[in-house]
Design a protein around this ligand. Structure first.
Ligand code: KMH
Ligand code: ZN
Length: 275
């Protein structure tokens, strides 16, 4: 039976710990959350880390410690964000690869991001893509807009296949400034993906459920987590990431595509064996 890769994005770079105390921002909180999410059905963890004051950081020492602790405590595929926060310089985002994750995010274009701009110029994408291949890290292509899909085609056409030989994408929908999070847009985006690519989708904020149902009905994988939504339902804050993964796993089960184990996720993505 086909199965569903559930990615959890537990922290992100946008929410403030002061406003969302249940957000995992310390290493202990992150590992505990990741363990609970694996038990609930997650196969991959998309990681942003915070400093001692719970602010987003790309500190290399902390990133290496985080990769080691997640490998020690879970079987999850460990994906580090190279997107960071909108304030991170491009050089620091490239250096994330030195922490040697299994996978890294690679956003395929610049996008307005609320009142900010999430910058991803073409030369940066090329450098990140080539550096990831050199480091044997599997990229996940983050697509915030339909134009990003055209850029993904350009990247693959100009530079060839990524490490692992497989193309896996994540449609990030409902960001103010990016593509809207609804079924019609999801269908359009999926139809434009490269042949043979697999994909997950996530809807930001209140688009979380419509995007999840649309992705399941279109044969996609799922990403959930407090990076993307901190409400479980209208007026009901999320208690933790595991309940978002539990709900995604339950819906996947109903769709008769149950949650994939981490070893199945590794096989799907072309991730190397554990280092
Ligand atoms: N925090 C956003 C500006 C990624 O992780 O690669 C970018 C982001 C994408 O979250
Ligand atoms: Zn992210």
């Amino acid at each position: 039976m086909a199965s569903t890769l559930i990615t959890v994005a537990p922290t992100g770079a946008e929410h403030l710990k002061a406003a969302v105390p249940q957000l995992p921002t310390t290493l202990d909180e992150l590992v505990a959350e990741a363990k609970a999410c694996q038990a609930a059905g997650a196969g991959l963890v998309h990681v942003h880390i915070r400093d001692a004051d719970a602010r987003p950081t790309l500190d290399l020492g902390r990133l290496k410690e985080t990769v080691a602790a997640l490998r020690e405590g879970t079987d999850l595929v460990v994906q580090l964000s190279t997107g960071g926060s909108v304030h991170d310089p491009l050089e620091a985002r490239l250096r994330v690869l030195e922490a040697a994750p299994d996978s890294c995010s690679l956003t395929c274009g610049t996008v307005n991001f609320g009142d900010d701009v999430f910058l991803n110029p073409w030369p940066f994408m090329v450098e990140l893509y080539e550096a990831a291949r050199e480091a044997q890290v599997v990229p996940e292509f983050e697509l915030f807009d339909l134009g990003h899909i055209a850029t993904l085609h350009r990247l693959l056409g100009d530079l060839g296949a990524p490490h692992g030989g497989h193309v896996h994408c994540d449609l990030v929908m409902g960001v103010p400034g990016g593509m809207p999070g609804n079924a019609a847009t999801l269908v359009q985006a999926v139809s434009a993906l490269p042949p043979g690519a697999t994909w997950s989708a996530t809807g930001i904020g209140r688009t979380s459920l419509p995007v999840m149902f649309a992705a399941l009905s279109a044969g996609g994988h799922l990403r959930v987590g407090m990076e993307d939504t901190v409400s479980f339902a209208r007026g009901r804050p999320v208690t933790g990431n595991a309940e978002l993964v539990e709900r995604a796993a339950a819906l996947s089960e109903l769709a008769q595509r149950p949650a994939m184990r981490p070893d199945q996720a590794r096989a799907l993505l072309g991730v190397n064996g554990r280092r």
